[in-house]
Design a protein around this ligand. Sequence first.
Ligand SMILES: [Zn+2]
Length: 416
Amino acid sequence: MTRRVLLVEDEPEFQLLVRTALAPLDFELSVAEDGEQGLAQARAGDFDAILLDLMTPRMHGYELLQHLRAEPGTQHIPVVIISAKTFASDQRKALDMGADAFLAKPFSSDELVATLDRLAWRTRVTFWGVRGSIAAPGPETVRYGGNTPCVTIEHDKHLLILDAGTGLRRLGIDLMRRARDTPLTMQMLVTHTHWDHIQGLPFFVPAFVPGNQLNIYGPRSVDKPLEKVLRGQMDPEYFPVALGDMSAHIAVTELRGDPVTIGPFEVSYTYMNHPGVTLGYRVAMGDTVVTYATDTEPYRSLLKQARPDGQGEAYGRKRDAQLVDLAQGADLYIADSQYAPNEYDKKVGWGHTCYVDALDVAIDAQVKRLALFSHDPMHDDDAVDAKLAHCQALAAERDASLEILAATEGHNVVLD
Ligand SMILES: [Zn+2]
């Protein structure tokens, strides 16, 4: 796949150097002569990387970098600073402001290509929908987002979609913009077929484009094949277009226990504790691991209620170890953390997790980052802030070094 690079540089000598280095390879280069032009081009195009000189006319590189990192349309694009100003303080400042690499001028063609390759092979996780149960758009959820679960993992130019909640609609628009008329092959893992995890599918534009391929993987439902359930939600009673009438080629594969390899993604999975049949996924890309375990509830809480003699809780702890195994050592653990402790008491048996329990799993599994996910539709942005702050305070009390974030629609996490 051709990689698109934007060079923001006014010196003809370095424009030529970059042009010469990238010409024999599969790159498409655009050049902006000053910072203002660079910002306009970055906003309008979809670039895989931006090469940025620090001392550009009209707007210097630092200011441009600030804009790139602040705007949702550009904040994910890797930025390489190219500069003859090699003061340690300048390099540190640029990296602190969100640059991904620093190349000191003059650099060789090999150094440039190696840097661009390294950035292309990073793993990026993007949240398209983070809300559990039902979409909850509105002024009170505008910061964290109201769409239901949809997450992507990008690695080595491959894309894996996790769940098809209402967040999938916007992903579809973004994929169409990026594809620019080339056929798309899309891989999707579905955890289960509750509405909030599949409702985006009928509105996923790339699935309507002839020549595109959509491969969907997930568990067989309780008493029906997965494909039949997906077709069911597009029955004419519910939706005007049938699954079979979508013009892309759609293949549905049921997962039956064995790990699967999808491009660079090694996928293993286990059952979650949730009504019906639900899977949680562990996705490994070389040494990098993302665990996606939403819509689950600790066995120990549920069994403690069912067996108040104490045996239930002990057995439940044993079963809960499966989830710790699934998340073990993950670079990013995306975890159901729907309820606050005072709410969970009243919602035992609803199939979701109190965020304190999610934190316990993250610490036990020694994950590097925990993303609190599946925010309750009744929780406004301030409630999610409070959930995050409480988890961070609890982790600090336990001297746990993991990074904790509250999953936010439109945001992404880069895993180096
Ligand atoms: Zn569910």
